[in-house]
Design a protein around this ligand. Structure first.
Ligand code: AMP
Ligand code: ZN
Length: 110
């Protein structure tokens, strides 16, 4: 499958890893929208939130279990977690990912 983030998981495209375990990879966004901008992805391919089912929810639960560890490592106390789903919502990579944004006052959602 021609998926950018699957290629990152496979090590075919380099990344700046922040956290990794058997199910999850977190790495710095290549075009940061905030002083700290990290992406957290499942290692298995899910196209987005729409692919979350009772079977795949386990890895999503695990992602939210490790996000506090990642933000602590990044020194963030306040941060935003967001997932764009669909082109009209700004999704540019069709592999489920959660943005962690922080390091500045984020204000209200636009
Ligand atoms: P979205 O636009 O919500 O689908 O998020 C995709 C994110 O992936 C964007 O913020 C991009 O800057 C980021 N991105 C694209 N290519 C790479 C890459 N090779 N390494 C790290 N982040 C990337
Ligand atoms: Zn993928």
């Amino acid at each position: 499958m021609d998926c950018l983030f699957c290629k990152i998981v496979a090590g075919e495209i380099p990344n700046k890893t922040v956290y990794e375990d058997d199910q999850v990879l977190a790495f710095y966004d290549i075009a940061p929208k905030a002083p700290v901008h990290v992406l957290v992805i499942p290692k298995c391919h899910l196209s987005g939130v729409r692919d979350i089912t009772p079977d795949t929810a386990t890895v999503v639960g695990h992602i939210f279990e490790v996000i506090p560890q990642i933000t602590e490592k990044l020194g963030l106390t306040d941060y935003r977690v967001v997932s764009n789903n669909g082109v009209e919502a700004g999704q540019t990579v069709g592999h489920l990912h959660f943005h962690i944004l922080g390091g500045r006052i984020l204000g209200e959602m636009g």
